[in-house]
Design a protein around this ligand. Sequence first.
Ligand SMILES: NC(=O)c1ccc[n+]([C@@H]2O[C@H](COP(=O)([O-])OP(=O)(O)OC[C@H]3O[C@@H](n4cnc5c(N)ncnc54)[C@H](O)[C@@H]3O)[C@@H](O)[C@H]2O)c1
Length: 418
Amino acid sequence: MTEGGKRPLLDVEEPVNEINKLLNERLPLYKRADTSVDTNYITPEETAQEIIERLALDLRRVRVELGERSYCILIGSKVLRRLGLRIKTFRPSRVAGVSNNTVFPLYRDTILRSLREYNIVPHIILLPDGEEYKDHLWTYYIQGELLKARFDRSSLLIALGGGVIGDITGFAASTYMRGIRYVQVPTTLLSQVDSSVGGKTGVNHPLGKNMIGTFYQPSLVAIDVDTLRSLPKREFYAGMAEVIKYGVIADSGFFDCLQKNIKDILSLGDGLIRVIKRSCEVKAEVVSKDEKESGLRAILNFGHTIGHAVETVTGYTELLHGEAVAMGMCAAADLAVRMGILHRDESGRIRELIEMYHLPSRIPAELQVQDMINAMEIDKKTEAGKIKFILPEAIGKVRIVEDVDRELIKEVLAENRK
Ligand SMILES: NC(=O)c1ccc[n+]([C@@H]2O[C@H](COP(=O)([O-])OP(=O)(O)OC[C@H]3O[C@@H](n4cnc5c(N)ncnc54)[C@H](O)[C@@H]3O)[C@@H](O)[C@H]2O)c1
């Protein structure tokens, strides 16, 4: 770094070259910063205010590195109150907030006040609450609202809600005028640690769940942990299934921390921000290496082969996604033990942690094994009839097994029923 010397530093013949040279010298230091503020389009006063608030509020930040599609995940308390400034930095021509009838009334005042502070008056688009509305008709409805209100290509959508709202808003954004920007403001634990990160957008088709969709990254993910206070407990536990998944696939220390800090996490204590941050880091790392799921990203599907089968057989009505994944993780761990990949004690620890977080670890007894096998065979992850599994070798490490013996799967499914 240049120290002292001649100032101003840009008083040279080729200032642009000098800027690039300084940037290259300083970049390694900038990268070590705990947080960074995008000062484009905001005033020095707003910049100072943002820095003060980030420090005071213990705001955490994770970056999803995807070249020019890179973006930030902000995690903390009172994030909604400062949403206006963050939206302003994108300089959108128009802003629409997409939400549902359950979530919007809870956070309407906070969001509208925050946006109004920066002269942003959003167009509000509300959907009914439920997975059944995540379809092409409601996508069309969102896009129709945007067209009627004359939204152009510089507009921006804010998705306020759980994974359903995030998925359909992202999909609408990716197809409206060939793609406009969107910001994820996830309000369920599952959407904060999973669906809002990674750019998978989509809707359901009568012939298959999430079958129509795109890979389309958001411009920002703004996670306000305070929104979890209004979330029903069962939804919170379901989100914990995905959190536990990150421990099993990538970080045994994190798995231990989930065990040790259970009281704090379940009471939405201070440690929860770190838990969400670590979950987002694991997902961001995997997505950065394999954005479109051509290999490594498949490890995020640990627990999902059997989980999806259970959801399909139960018609997506009785169980929450996280609950089915919890059952799927326990069964997959047992499968790994049977295949000699995982030690029995480790499988026991996975089941124990899942139960500690009030999640079901066994498949409902009334489900037929053959029906679940049939469901696995038509799953979009099954290729050329080969049923693929993500299996743990130890807590913190998994491997992809391309073609698991059906008889073995049947035995494990039968054993795992209540
Ligand atoms: N894109 C991805 O990578 C990805 C990954 C996993 C799941 N998904 C999708 O996510 C969806 C499931 O997401 P979900 O579990 O968040 O369900 P959800 O969006 O249906 O939300 C669950 C319920 O909680 C309510 N809710 C949300 N936030 C609330 C809050 N703060 N306070 C009170 N109530 C609140 C919702 O209105 C809803 O009734 C599924 O459609 C699934 O396919 C997508």
